[in-house]
Design a protein around this ligand. Structure first.
Ligand code: FAD
Ligand code: SF4
Length: 626
C-alpha cells in the first residue's frame, strides 16, 4: 500500500489521472447481480464532477462515447506523444476504443497556475504547480478565507456526547501535546485506511465496536484496484520518457463485464511515459554484466506501456482493523490491513494483460512484458460504505454517518464499488455533493453538547510500541572509503564497457555520483555498508554477486540501485544515450493533434454509440479481437 501523511494528502504525489466512474459502476447489483448498487446515480453526481473539474483545472477532450453527455473538460487535452499515437492508430485498426486521457493537469494557464512542461516527474510532486493537488487547488484558498491549517497534527479520537453526536477531534501535536478541537460538525477525510482506523480507535462505551459502526462494516470491504503495467518494446524512437505521468490516452474497450470471459468486471487502460534510463535499467530486475547495455537500449526511449486499473469487488474479508501492538508517535493504533486478491480479480487482471499485449503488438511492438503485476497502490475504497439501509452501510447517500448525524465521511471509504478507474475525481465530486447538501440542510443537523477546545499541554502517552517517524538526518548520508572501493569493483562487473558505452568504473560511480545517489536515498548508505562490510578482494566478483542475489536479495538490490543510479546520473552516459533529462517542454494546446488530422477519433465515434440511458454500447470490434 502507498500511503503517507502531508498537506494535500495523496494528491501531492499522485499521477493526476482524472477519470470518472462510469454509469454502470453505480448499478452493479441491478445489472449483473454482483456487489451492490450505490444509493445515487452517475447523473446525480455529474454536476459535481463538472464543478470539481473546474476547481482542479482538468484537461481533456469532450465527447468520449464511453461516457454520457456532459460539459467538456475546461481545458484542452494534453499532448499524447508518439508512442500513444502509434497505439491509437492500432486501436483504430482493431476497432477498439481509445480516447485522449483526462488529467487534473493544466494544458494552459488556469486560476493563476502555470501549465505543464511535460517533465514526467508528476509522482515526485509538481514544482510547476500544474498538477491539480489540493495543496495548490484548495488549501491556499481555505487559508486566505480565514481557515486555519494545522500541520503535524495527528487526530487520535473523535469523541461523542451523551446523545452520540461527535463533539470534535482529539489530536496530538508534533511535540506530543494533546489538544481538543470542538466542532458542531465533523468531516472526516483520512482516506480509505485512515478513516476506518480513526473510527475504530474512537470506540467508547456508547459505541464499543467503533464510532459509526453499528452495522459492523467499518473497515471491511477494502478495495484497492490491483494494477498491472504491460510494456511494449518498439524499434522506433518514441521519446517515451517525455510527457506527463497522468494518462496520455485511455481505453475503455474491455471495461464492461462479459460473461464469456469467465469473470465479472473490467479495467480501464491508460498510457503514460515509461521513464528514463534508470527505470529501463531496473525493469524486471534488470540485466547485469555483458547484456546490460542491450537491455537498456531495448527499453529506453522506445517503449510504451498500458497501466491497467483492475476493478476490485467488495469482499468482507479484505479489511482494515487496528494493530494490537503498533502505534504511531501520537499513540494512535496503527492500521492493520488484511487483503487478498480474489480469484475473480486475478482472472480479470490476467485476461486484461493478454489483451493489452495484443494492443501493443498491433501497434508494432516486437516484444511485450509485464513490468509490474500488482505493485503497491494508493487507491483505498469501500471501508465505510454508503447506502440507504443503516444495517448494511455506514453513511447515507449524503455521506453522513447513519449513527452519528453530525459526522460526515468525504473520502474513498464511502465507495460502494470501486469501478476500474482511478478514484480521486469521484472522491472529490462526492465530497462536494456532501458539503453542498450539508450547507443547504445545516439547520437539520443536530448540534452536540459543547466542550471547550482545550490544549492540555501534557504530552500524550503512546500505547504499545511507537513507530519512529524520524526526519532525514541533518548530516549527509555517506559510506567510507573501503565500501567505495568494493562498490567500484562490483560496478565494473554489473555495468562493463560496451562498444559505445563506458563502464561504471570509468565514470566513477563510487565517487561524487554515489554522493548524489545517497543524497536522494540516504537509507542506501546503511544498506551498502552492511552489504559490503567484508573484504571481497580475494573473491570472484561475479560469483560473489550471484551468491548475494540468492543469499540476500534486498542487499543485492541495494548494490544494483546504487551502481545504476550513479551511472545514469553521469552527463556523458546520458549524452551517449540521447537522454536530455527532464528538459521542460511547454505544451501547446493550440497545436493541431495528429490524431484529429488522421481521423483516428472518427473510428472510435463510428464504433461506439451512446444509448439513451446514458450507457454506452460498443458495436462489435473486428472479428477475433473482442
Ligand atoms: C503514487 C500514487 C499515485 C496515484 N495516482 C492517482 C491518479 O493518477 N489518479 C487518481 O485518481 N488517484 C491517484 N492516486 C490516489 C489518490 O492519491 C487518492 O485517491 C487521493 O489522494 C485520496 O484522497 P483522500 O483525501 O481520500 O486521502 P489522502 O489523499 O490520503 O488524504 C488523507 C489526509 O488525511 C491525513 N490523515 C490521515 N489520518 C490522519 C489522522 N489520524 N490525523 C490527522 N491527519 C490524518 C493525511 O495526512 C492526509 O493528508 C494515487 C496515489 C498514489 C500514492
Ligand atoms: S509533467 Fe511536470 S509540469 Fe506537468 S504535471 Fe507532471 S510534474 Fe507537473
Amino acid at each position: 500500500m502507498l500511503n503517507y501523511n502531508g498537506v494535500g494528502g495523496g494528491t501531492v504525489l499522485y499521477a493526476a489521472q482524472w477519470p470518472r466512474l462510469l454509469p454502470s459502476d453505480f448499478t452493479r447489483r441491478t445489472d449483473e447481480g454482483v456487489a451492490d448498487d450505490w444509493p445515487l446515480t452517475y447523473a446525480e453526481l455529474l454536476p459535481f464532477y463538472e464543478r470539481t473539474d473546474r476547481q482542479f483545472g482538468v484537461s481533456g477532450l469532450g465527447g468520449d462515447p464511453a461516457f454520457p453527455d456532459g460539459a467538456d473538460p475546461p481545458l484542452p487535452p494534453l499532448p499524447i506523444g508518439p508512442g500513444a499515437l502509434r497505439v491509437a492508430r492500432a486501436h483504430a485498426r482493431l476497432g477498439w476504443h481509445w480516447w485522449p486521457a483526462t488529467n487534473a493537469i493544466l494544458s494552459a494557464p488556469w486560476s493563476g497556475r502555470h501549465p505543464c512542461v511535460q517533465r514526467a516527474t508528476c509522482q515526485l510532486g509538481c514544482n510547476e504547480g500544474a498538477k491539480g493537488s489540493t495543496d495548490v487547488t484548495h488549501w491556499p484558498a481555505f487559508v486566505a478565507a480565514g481557515g486555519r491549517l494545522i500541520t503535524g497534527a495527528c487526530v487520535v479520537a473523535l469523541p461523542t456526547d451523551a446523545r452520540g453526536l461527535a463533539t470534535g477531534a482529539e489530536w496530538v501535536d508534533e511535540e506530543g501535546r494533546a489538544h481538543f478541537q470542538a466542532a458542531d460538525v465533523v468531516l472526516l477525510a483520512a482516506n480509505g485506511i485512515g478513516t476506518p482506523r480513526l473510527l475504530l480507535a474512537s470506540a467508547s462505551s456508547r459505541a464499543p465496536g467503533g464510532l459509526a459502526n453499528s452495522s459492523g462494516l467499518v473497515g471491511t470491504r477494502l478495495m484497492v484496484h490491483p494494477l498491472a503495467l504491460v510494456k511494449g518494446l518498439f524499434r522506433q524512437d518514441l521519446q517515451s520518457w517525455r510527457g506527463h505521468s497522468g494518462g496520455s490516452i485511455v481505453s475503455y474497450q474491455f471495461y464492461a463485464s462479459d460473461e464469456r470471459r469467465g469473470f465479472v468486471g473490467g479495467a480501464k487502460w491508460a498510457m503514460a511515459p515509461t521513464g528514463g534510463p534508470l527505470r529501463a535499467a531496473l525493469t524486471n530486475g534488470g540485466s547485469w554484466g555483458d547484456d546490460h547495455h542491450r537491455h537498456v537500449r531495448d527499453r529506453f526511449g522506445c517503449s510504451a506501456h498500458w497501466g491497467l486499473v483492475c476493478e476490485d469487488l467488495p469482499n468482507p474479508d479484505n479489511r482494515v482493523d487496528l494493530s494490537p501492538t503498533l502505534t504511531d508517535r501520537a499513540g494512535l493504533a496503527a492500521p492493520r490491513i488484511t487483503y487478498r486478491i480474489d480469484d475473480n480479480t486475478h482472472a480479470l487482471c490476467e485476461w486484461h494483460i493478454d489483451k493489452a499485449r495484443e494492443s501493443l503488438v498491433e501497434a508494432g511492438a516486437w516484444h511485450t512484458e509485464v513490468e509490474f503485476r500488482y505493485p503497491p497502490n494508493g487507491h483505498f475504497m469501500g471501508t465505510a460504505r454508503m447506502g440507504d439501509d443503516r444495517d448494511h452501510s455506514v453513511v447515507d447517500r449524503w455521506s453522513m454517518a447513519h449513527d452519528v448525524p453530525n459526522l460526515g465521511i468525504i473520502d474513498g471509504s464511502t465507495f460502494v464499488t470501486s469501478g476500474g478507474v482511478n478514484p480521486t475525481s469521484s472522491i472529490c465530486a462526492l465530497a462536494l455533493r456532501a458539503v453542498d447538501h450539508l450547507l443547504a440542510h445545516r439547520g437539520d443537523v443536530p448540534t452536540p453538547a459543547h466542550r471547550r477546545s482545550v490544549h492540555t499541554g501534557a504530552p500524550s502517552t503512546p500505547l504499545g510500541r511507537p513507530v519512529t517517524l524520524g526526519r532525514p538526518p541533518d548530516d549527509a548520508a555517506t559510506v567510507d572509503d573501503s565500501v567505495r572501493l568494493r562498490l567500484a569493483r562490483i560496478a565494473e562487473v554489473l555495468i562493463p564497457a560496451s562498444d559505445t558505452m563506458p563502464s561504471a568504473g570509468e565514470v566513477g560511480v563510487a565517487d561524487h555520483l554515489l554522493d548524489r545517489v545517497l543524497a536522494s536515498v540516504p537509507s542506501l548508505a546503511e544498506a551498502l555498508t552492511a552489504a559490503l562490510d567484508a573484504d571481497i578482494a580475494g573473491e570472484d566478483t561475479r560469483a560473489w554477486l550471484d551468491g548475494l542475489s540468492t543469499r540476500d536479495p534486498a542487499a543485492y538490490r541495494s548494490l544494483v540501485l546504487a551502481v545504476a543510479g550513479a551511472y545514469y546520473l553521469d552527463p556523458g552516459v546520458r549524452r551517449k544515450l540521447g537522454y536530455e533529462g527532464q528538459v521542460p517542454q511547454p505544451v501547446r494546446p493550440d497545436a493541431f493533434p495528429e490524431y484529429v488530422d488522421e481521423g483516428l477519433l472518427d473510428a472510435v465515434l463510428s464504433n461506439w454509440t451512446r444509448s439513451p440511458g446514458g450507457f454506452t454500447t460498443a458495436s462489435p470490434p473486428r472479428p477475433g479481437t473482442g
